[in-house]
Design a binder for this molecule. Structure first.
Ligand SMILES: [Mn+2]
Length: 316
């Protein structure tokens, strides 16, 4: 598959890189890594990064004409479904390559490089760049740095259940090849500023516990009081993790009278199937739903309360 992707890259004079709406670190750093990699290796090609939304640490949203997209190869990163791409013009492109690690039935690409065992989209890109098919191409320290940032962003510095020996092996190669300062990059990507720290502290005090399920419901009025955006609030889901007694945790945020809810779980607690029933989706231990009314949210939570009391199932 990696050979086919490289063939397509060679074939096109212009390439547009896409990512999902409200990009997280994996989506943004993967886009930057791919942009850097392609620019280093194919300076004669025109490479653009599409997107409207921004990411808090670093962003790149190029101005791109319809004409450019129509004639370009589209590479879509970290985006499981077509209508989550942060520029609906992606489907205008003459050829689409999807590179993603989310389980999904939406094979919208002409090539679909979907590796659900990968901890991050950045892990897939790194594996591809390090693969035999790509061995004659330049992998610059900047590309390594972006990939490593994507990796630690999605895995919260290698804490999530989808981190594997392969993840660490790839991380190790990136550190060596890019001569990366690991502690500096953790500070850059993971550490919080004082303002966010204070807000997270407030959110933690709002935690409610039912059996082995922990959750916070943030109303629009709470966000207003804390002067917090929806996106900023969402990042706090991990604040509810790291509790030994808790197996599943969730953060619901009111948005236009409905609730968007992120859910996380420990290994052995399968939550994405429940999210799917409520119109959402995601990974086994990290999933989300959107636009639930209050009644559905309560029912949704009841499912996790029940599940949280059960013994974990085997999960590789
Ligand atoms: Mn990701």
């Amino acid at each position: 598959m990696y050979c086919e992707i490289l063939e397509k890259i060679r074939e096109y004079d212009s390439i547009t890189i896409f990512r999902h709406q409200r990009p997280d670190g994996d989506a943004m750093f993967s886009a930057l890594a791919l942009h850097r990699f392609l620019s280093d290796n194919f300076p004669q090609k025109k490479i653009k990064v599409a997107g409207k939304d921004v990411y808090n640490i670093i962003s790149r949203n190029d101005r791109i004409s319809d004409h450019f997209i129509i004639n370009s190869l589209a590479i879509i990163l970290d985006t499981s479904i077509l209508n989550r791409i942060d520029d609906e013009r992606a489907s205008l492109a003459s050829y689409m390559i999807k590179i993603d690690h989310h389980p999904s039935d939406d094979n919208y690409g002409d090539i679909n490089q979907v590796e659900v065992r990968a901890s991050a989209c950045a892990e897939i890109l790194a594996r591809m760049f390090l693969s035999r098919a790509f061995k004659d191409l330049i992998l610059s320290p900047e590309t390594c740095r972006y990939l490593y940032c994507g990796l630690i962003s999605d895995t919260i510095n290698f804490r999530t259940t989808n981190v594997t020996a392969e993840t660490m092996s790839i991380a190790s190669k990136l550190i060596a090849k890019g001569d990366l300062d690991v502690s500096k990059l953790v500070e850059y990507v993971i550490d919080t500023d004082l303002d966010s720290f204070r807000k997270s502290t407030k959110i933690r005090t709002m935690t409610q516990i039912r059996d082995k399920f922990a959750y916070v419901i943030l109303k629009e009025s709470d966000l207003k009081k804390m002067n917090m955006s929806l996106m900023e609030a969402k990042n706090n889901i991990d604040e509810l993790g790291r509790i030994k007694e808790i197996n599943i945790w969730a953060l619901a945020i009111e948005n236009e009278k409905k609730y968007d809810c992120s859910v996380r779980s420990k290994r052995g607690y399968v939550i994405n199937s429940i999210c799917k029933e409520y119109g959402g989706g995601g990974h086994i231990n990290a999933a989300a739903v959107k636009k639930l009314d209050r009644k559905s949210l309560d029912q949704f939570f009841e499912r996790f309360i029940a599940l949280s009391k059960k013994k974990p199932v085997k999960q590789n």
